[in-house]
Design a protein around this ligand. Structure first.
Ligand code: SF4
Length: 557
């Protein structure tokens, strides 16, 4: 038996040692070297995790502990953030590091239809053990389906041969040279409209009035009137912040990347006009991690910009669809897990760092200079079937010419396919279409005459969202499309609330059955719609409900 006095001394010694994993001196030195003079702020946690992963290919337990020590955070706080995001590879003690190169094959619906499954089956044997091949949710290149990322670079015409060639290039180090050939951002954007604002030629009231007259609505999916949002945030006390959403994670959507690659300066001018009109002090631009070349492009453009006292920060996502939701994105910018907030308070009142925040999708800001230069009447003069304005449709699937199509708001899917996409692919006829990406539902070919716009699809159990149109033919099935979507939602649910976390998993399981239990699925949908915290869980049942409503022959006997 140990004498009582010695037990006391032992307890004392234990109290003096910090609890948990001890910080490794070598790992701490490595982390300190990577962070350099950067401020040790909590909101930079995700940026720091990227720095470590970029340098070492993964996040080791020793590096996570060192980072926690450096930021004066509990280790669990660092670990819970690192483990939330799909792009961070955590290597626990005793585990092997992942291979130096990762190939991500998108298994989203458009890519699945274009042969992603075959690539996933064949590439591992072809590329060998030195390369890791993994499925990935939509990477924003549905027009080039099947889309593949080799490391951080997209492969065009993705077949086994082109992926193998890209892997060889990456392994040889020559891929870096391609950055020069990467998107330049175009030479547009002379900042003339911004100049008129700053010089007093245009007043804030006139600019907001023009915006309201144009009818421009948020183009990220929610469709909130842009002018009204400006007034709301402007009326809040300063300092006010802006958060720009370029997360573009909705499967089927790639319009923001398309415009960013071609004319980054038009977007930057729009962002600065909005900041001037609303009285913004700092801007945070949140860009999805998959858009590597766009990040380089924006870094260059922002480095050259003289924005006066306005501070602009570029933040890098880390692979989480839910961060496209405005409050989840704000959490992520603050260096936390991307979990949507309960509202109220709304982000316009208490958003980023608790300050009133103007949150905008990339494309909404992109159109501002053009609308102001050409006038509200120009924008509103477009439109069909009683609708007004222009929409950028991301079209993919069984059409001859997929891509971003700038078309009148209210155009029907048939008109879009015939007039803008060169028709259906040879041998294919329209069977079904998704009017709003993964969450916008599925409609049959017989409803090919509905105007595509905000508010026109709700009576059919659908919505336009970010205008991602995925076209299915007689070679496809709505049931398989719904299964693809539900697997995606199960993967992307942040897990915060039970109806979504358990509901997406349960629905994905139920729709594997040859005959669907319509009553049970209906009840599940209702619970998810009524009780989920954010749009992900609320909209996840849409594809399943649409299959039951419009394609019952596929799931019943
Ligand atoms: Fe998270 Fe889903 Fe709940 Fe949204 S609905 S908060 S994604 S669990």
């Amino acid at each position: 038996m140990i004498p009582i006095a010695v037990q006391g001394a032992s307890r004392e010694r234990k109290r003096q040692r910090p609890k948990g994993r001890q910080v490794d001196a070598a790992a701490l030195q490595q982390v300190q070297a990577l962070l350099g003079e950067l401020p040790r702020r909590r909101d930079l946690l995700i940026e720091f995790l990227h720095l470590i992963q970029d340098a070492y290919g993964c996040l080791s337990a020793a590096h996570l502990a060192a980072l926690a020590s450096e930021l004066r955070l509990a280790q669990v706080e660092v670990f819970e953030v690192a483990s939330f995001y799909h792009h961070f590879d955590i290597v626990r003690e005793g585990e092997l590091s992942p291979p130096a190169l990762t190939v991500r094959v998108c298994d989203g619906l458009s890519c699945e239809m274009a042969g992603a499954g075959e690539l996933l089956a064949r590439l591992p044997a072809l590329l060998g053990r030195e390369v890791r091949v993994i499925p990935a949710p939509c990477i924003g290149r549905c027009d080039q389906a099947p889309a593949v990322l080799v490391g951080q670079r997209a492969v065009e015409v993705a077949g086994c041969a082109s992926v193998s060639a890209a892997v060889a290039l990456e392994a040889s180090g020559q891929a870096v040279a391609r950055v020069g050939a990467a998107p330049t951002g175009g030479d547009g954007g002379n900042f003339a409209v911004l100049g008129e604002c700053l010089s007093g030629m245009r007043s804030v009231e006139a600019v907001i009035g023009e915006l309201e007259a144009s009818g421009l609505r948020g183009l990220g999916g929610a469709g909130f009137p842009a002018g009204r949002k400006w007034r709301i945030v402007r009326n809040e006390p300063g300092p006010r912040l802006m958060a720009v959403n370029i997360d573009e994670g909705e499967p089927g959507t790639f319009k923001d990347r398309f415009y960013l690659e071609r004319n980054a300066r038009q977007f930057i001018e729009g962002m600065l006009i909005a900041a001037w009109a609303v009285g913004i002090d700092e801007i945070y631009v949140y860009l999805r991690d998959e858009y590597h070349d766009c990040r380089k492009l924006l870094e260059r453009e922002l480095a050259q910009l003289d924005a006066g006292a306005l501070r602009i920060h570029l933040r890098r996502g880390a692979g989480a669809y839910v961060c496209g939701e405005e409050s989840a994105m704000i959490e992520s910018i603050e260096g936390k897990r991307g979990m949507p907030r309960l509202r109220p308070p709304y982000v316009a009142q208490a958003g980023l760092f608790g300050r009133p925040t103007l949150e905008h999708n990339f494309e909404t800001l992109y159109w501002l200079p053009e609308i102001l230069a050409k006038g509200a009447a120009w924008f509103a003069s477009h439109g069909r079937h009683g609708r007004k304005g222009l929409r950028s449709f991301s079209v993919s699937g069984r059409v001859k010419q997929p891509g971003v199509k700038l078309a009148p708001a209210g155009i029907t899917v048939q008109e879009l396919i015939d007039e803008y996409c060169g028709g259906m692919q040879d041998g294919h006829r329209l069977y079904a279409y998704l009017p709003g990406g993964a969450s916008g539902g599925i409609l049959p070919a017989s409803l090919n005459n509905i105007p595509l716009d905000f508010d026109t699809l709700q009576p059919y159990g659908c919505f336009i969202g970010s205008a991602a149109i995925i076209v299915l033919s007689q070679e496809d099935s709505a049931r398989a499309a719904a299964a693809n979507m539900m697997r995606f939602f199960r993967h992307e649910s942040c897990g915060q609330c039970t109806p979504c976390r358990v509901g997406t998993a349960k629905a994905a399981e139920l729709i594997e059955a040859p005959v669907w239990d319509a009553v049970l699925l209906g009840e599940l949908s209702q619970v998810m719609r009524d009780a989920s915290i954010c749009g992900l869980g609320q909209a996840a049942p849409n594809p399943v409900d649409c299959v039951l409503k419009y394609f019952p022959h596929e799931v019943t006997r």
